[in-house]
Write a new protein. Structure first.
Length: 314
């Protein structure tokens, strides 16, 4: 697989400029295709203040989702700023952006300019287009955004892959839909898996493991047990004993799911070449200063946007 956009231990993500607080995480391998526009947002920059109040100075976030806590005016301003940073010019407007009412499904839509606008008009979790000038957007705050491009045929797609969508093979089905709708060949496709919650932080219940085991022969490779490192529990284990049945207490290991690896496997199964798949290694829950995290911030958080499109007139 292609190297991630940024190694969180040694490299800084590519940003719009050294003086700008607004950052756009990009895939270097995609930069070789001038018709493609793409980018993953972070939380830095923007005009939203509700999610990081106080701390001696006002922090401004780039919330790109219409949440109940932020104002519509803030979100629209943030989206304009982000699209300008992605495209690299002042001309793009929100009339070029297509988003979805995301419902953790496997519903896919072929779209064009008639579906673009400030508010989502379709429900689902996957978008694809071959229309230049249309920018597809997926909102996340832990779930995995997956962007796919077919430079040969001029087709792009974007998918929202939480655990339910991943279980339903939304990315694998999306590649199949691209083959059907546009004649795309898997060997021509590029894929980018963006920032999302890592296995380090994504604990799930045994029922999720069982559901994955029922669908994937490699399911056990996607899970690992993580033991609680709470020093109080380690020193005084008797204080935390319960009368609950085995497997139903909060003691012992918890199961952690690797959603990024699961979607990599689906892309490979769909026929993509390993070196055509790029992965941004960042865990959103581990880096609250850079990313929004629904789990890390206990539900009170904004939304990031992952976008892909084709330049008009290219």
């Amino acid at each position: 697989m292609a190297p991630p956009t940024r190694n969180p231990q040694s490299q800084k993500p590519e940003s719009l400029s050294a003086s700008s607080p607004l950052e756009v995480v990009r895939i270097p391998a995609w930069e070789k295709h001038p018709r493609l526009v793409h980018g993953f947002s972070t939380r830095t920059g923007g005009v939203t203040t509700v999610y990081q109040p106080g701390e001696g100075k006002e922090r401004r976030d780039l919330n790109l989702g219409f949440t109940s806590s932020d104002t519509e005016e803030n979100v629209l301003t943030n989206r304009r700023l982000f699209l300008e940073a992605v495209v690299g010019e002042k001309s793009p407007t929100l009339s070029s952006l297509v988003t979805l009412k995301q419902i953790h499904s496997t519903l896919l839509h072929r779209v064009g300019s008639e579906q673009a606008g400030e508010r989502a008009s379709l429900a689902g979790d996957g978008l694809m287009t071959d229309e230049p000038g249309v920018i597809l957007g997926i909102q996340t705050a832990d779930c995995i955004p997956v962007l796919i491009a077919d430079p040969r045929r001029g087709v792009v797609a974007a998918f929202h892959a939480g655990w339910r969508g991943t279980l339903g093979r939304i990315v694998e089905a999306g590649v199949g839909r691209m083959r059907l709708e546009f004649g795309s060949r898997p060997e021509d496709l590029l894929a980018a898996i963006g920032p999302g919650i890592g296995q380090c932080c994504y604990s799930v219940g045994e029922e999720v493991l069982h559901q994955f085991q029922s669908q994937f022969l490699y399911a056990d490779d996607l899970f690992r047990e993580v033991y609680d490192s709470d020093p109080v529990k380690a020193k005084y284990p008797l204080l935390f004993l319960t009368a609950r049945a085995p497997g139903h207490s909060n003691l012992g290991p918890s199961l952690h799911l690797d959603l990024k690896e699961a979607n990599c496997r689906q892309l490979l199964d769909a026929g993509l070449q390993p070196d055509a798949i790029s992965v941004v290694a960042d865990c959103t829950s581990c880096q609250p200063e850079r990313y929004f995290s629904h789990r890390g911030e206990h539900g009170f958080t904004g939304r990031m946007l992952s976008v892909v499109g084709l330049r008009a007139g290219g």
